[in-house]
Design a protein. Structure first.
Length: 270
């Protein structure tokens, strides 16, 4: 029988490293369309992460319907993808073939390394309705693109005992400011718009929003893998962090996090 979804990859690590970047909850919803695979993880209706694996990354990728969707245990899927271990010997990689026959069927994985083939069957579930952050480019108020090392340094320097990370984006000084309010007092990091780390700066109005650090922490996995990050906010203060990740073969994938603002803070508090 023809599979609703079939895909093959020469190196399963390309998939497992991206999935690990969104693995902060046990279950994920997978959506396959002709353009590729999107894996979505959500928590507490406040944060959503999407890993996009474009069809071109796969050696073969075919979807028989307009879209194929199912829910799966991400923990089990990652265990299966790394069944031969996470650190392959130089020059060896785990080849992957994935098949899904459709609603009610398991996701079948065929993994081959060094002539040894392992077959894994993972039960699928009915997909739950996903949050719609309604985040489209026309509603974006402020957007900057930063080299990831700039944000990695910030997360290393800021006080993570703080409950919130405050982000200020403005057409005027301080342009882009990250602030924390932890046990040791408040800390601020400013990035001028002409900083070497700044690749693009499009700020239309001054916005200051706070986000729970506990919600942003999972995104540091994607940050660690990425080379660039796009930081966008809409009029409601919803935050989009889009990480550009280049794999070992130089192919580009994206991981995107959406996060709700923590609260509306008045000007007097700033």
């Amino acid at each position: 029988e023809r599979a609703a979804l079939s895909a093959s990859l020469d190196n399963a690590r390309h998939l497992s490293s991206l999935l690990r970047a969104v693995h902060f909850q046990d279950h994920a919803t997978c959506l396959a369309t002709a353009s590729g695979l999107r894996v979505t993880v959500e928590d507490a209706k406040c944060i959503q992460a999407n890993a996009f694996i474009q069809a071109e990354i796969f050696q073969e990728f075919s979807v028989q319907e307009e879209s194929v969707m199912f829910r799966i245990s991400l923990s089990v899927l990652l265990d299966c993808l790394t069944i031969f271990g996470t650190s392959s010997l130089p020059g060896t990689s785990t080849a992957l073939r994935m098949c899904y026959r459709g609603y009610g069927y398991p996701l079948m994985l065929f993994l081959e390394e060094g002539g040894v083939v392992t077959v894994c069957k993972i039960n699928t579930q009915e997909p739950a309705e996903l949050l719609d952050f309604d985040f489209c480019s026309t509603k974006v108020v402020n957007k900057i693109i930063l080299q990831s090392e700039g944000l990695r340094e910030a997360f290393a320097e800021l006080d993570m005992t703080s409950e919130v990370l405050q982000i200020t984006m403005s057409p005027d000084k301080p342009y882009f400011r990250l602030s924390t309010f932890g046990n040791a007092g408040s800390a601020h990091l400013d990035y001028p718009k002409n900083s070497d780390l700044m690749e693009a700066f499009h700020c239309n109005q001054t916005q200051t929003n706070r986000y729970k650090i506990s919600l942003l922490k999972p995104s540091t996995k994607a940050l660690a893998l990425s080379c660039k990050v796009s930081i966008r906010t809409d009029a409601q203060g919803f935050l989009s962090l889009q990480y550009m990740i280049r794999n070992e073969d130089g192919q580009i994938c994206f991981v995107e996090y959406y996060c709700c603002p923590d609260e509306n803070i008045s000007e007097t508090e700033l």
